[in-house]
Design a protein around this ligand. Structure first.
Ligand code: ADP
Ligand code: MG
Length: 241
């Protein structure tokens, strides 16, 4: 598999506070990778740089062989092939589920738009909720609408920053399973940021543990669980051997 994302020697400081420290990694096409780390470890900053929303001080980021960011490069925000989902997703309160999704692809020709909406409703198990308004949905269903909207224009890279942090524990368990299903069927490459190891273990093909702006380990959930390489990883992922 070819790498869709190539991050090389990326560093970033805010006011002399080094937040990302010389990080390099590749993400193959179709992978769901989770960046896992404690609050303040630099997860959001790294994700925003990959999305072109934040410039790096040093290093390069390539997405689909195009340079996203680097020293002395201009920001290239709003790439239409990269979409974001965060816990702050916004659904229009006075629009139905269908109209919310439709609004993202309003520029599609009518027929294509209708077909795409039906596909997304089915993919995200929302067909029966098409005419409902956001307040008539559970938190998990609202989250699925947000994901349908993020997938609507067929991005090849989906960036998710703590998308479940507003959901209660039961809801999280329910939606994790659904999300795995949706993301695999959508065949989209995903970078999911979370501070919750359960998200990482349940959803990701590979997990990157970010500690204080540095990668301490990138492995499959199984490998991480069996061979955690830091005490941070071990404390929630598995025993120290
Ligand atoms: P995480 O998402 O893992 O919680 P962040 O990437 O949001 O971590 O933040 C990492 C560090 O960078 C924190 O100390 C935070 O205060 C700092 N930081 C993030 N964004 C900015 C900013 N725009 N200006 C100054 N400091 C920032
Ligand atoms: Mg964050």
């Amino acid at each position: 598999m070819s790498s869709l994302v190539q991050v090389q020697n990326i560093s970033k400081s805010f006011d002399n506070n080094a937040v990302i420290k010389n990080i390099s990694f590749d993400i193959p096409e179709g992978e769901v990778i989770c960046i896992l780390g404690q609050s303040g470890s630099g997860k959001s900053t790294l994700l925003r740089m990959i999305g072109g929303l934040e410039d790096a001080d040093e290093g390069t980021i390539m997405v689909d062989n195009e340079e996203i960011t680097g020293p002395a490069k201009n920001l290239v925000p709003g790439y239409d092939f990269i979409n974001f989902v965060s816990q702050h997703f916004k659904l229009e309160r006075f629009r139905t589920v269908k109209d919310n999704i439709s609004s993202v692809i309003s520029y599609y020709p009518d027929e294509d738009r209708e077909a795409r909406i039906q596909e997304l409703l089915e993919l995200c198990k929302l067909t029966e909720k098409a005419k409902s308004f956001p307040h008539e949905l559970s938190g998990g269903q609202q989250q699925r609408v947000a994901i349908a909207m993020a997938l609507a224009d067929e991005p090849f890279l989906l960036l998710m920053d703590e998308p479940f942090s507003n959901l209660d524990v039961n809801m999280k368990t329910e939606i994790r399973g659904e999300i795995v299903d949706i993301l695999k069927k959508a065949e989209v490459t995903v970078i999911l940021v979370s501070h919750d190891p359960v998200d990482a273990m349940a959803i990701a093909d590979r997990v990157m543990i970010l500690e204080n702006g540095e990668i301490s380990q990138i492995d499959s959930p199984k490998e991480l669980y069996e061979n955690p390489k830091s005490s941070y990883a071990a404390q929630f992922l598995g025993p120290i051997n």
